[in-house]
Write a protein that binds this ligand. Sequence first.
Ligand code: C5P
Length: 236
Amino acid sequence: MHNHNPLIVALDVADAAQALDLAARLAPAVGAVKVGLELFTAAGPDMVRRLRAAGIAVFLDLKLHDIPHTVARAVEAAVRLDVQLLTVHAGGGRAMLEAAEQAARAEAGRRAQPPPLVLGVTVLTSLDDAALAELGVATPVAAQVERLARLAVAAGLRGLVCSPLELPVLRAVLPRQVQLVTPGIRPPGAPAGDQKRTLTPREALAAGADWLVIGRPILAAPDPRAAAAQILASLA
Ligand code: C5P
């Protein structure tokens, strides 16, 4: 993707007022904000409405995983909140993925708004080969990521979340128009924290990412807005 601000700041805070304040300060320097399970559980859909009312693009990262009907209804509710990106687990299977994409398009069509980008989450980076084996999945993580990515795209999804290290292989096997959204990004010199395998923002874009999800390097900075602006400048 070109000509867009690819930075998505993860609003990983549990307090609504803090999240809104951060979002308002960061909005001019980022392309979107990510509302995840913690903030959504604490502050609810009203948080998303308030962000949208302020003109801020929202990535609703709830990683939906349920029967197709239930996921479709939840996607419709997310479309009514007017989010720009949302996540579903690719492991929910083809019918669930198709239902999610179809619900996004249909509900957006009814409301005459663009459909959100429904992103497939493949294998959580917290799982390794042994953890997959324990779940009865004998396929190694890398091959399972590729398998679920292909399934999600075959089911009609237009985007995926992936780790920086998965970018080259997914770019090699998926159509170029598939949007790749990547966490695990660290500006040069920033502490990795619990992220084990990171790329810099520039490296991730060069490897084929369309969007970069960044949390602590921005949130923990003395001046988050300046930190975001500096990261954006590093991409030019
Ligand atoms: O603070 P940090 O930049 O590590 O935040 C990254 C964001 O991306 C967090 O919201 C985290 O939950 C999310 N994420 C991740 N790694 C994954 C999937 C999601 O860091 N594999």
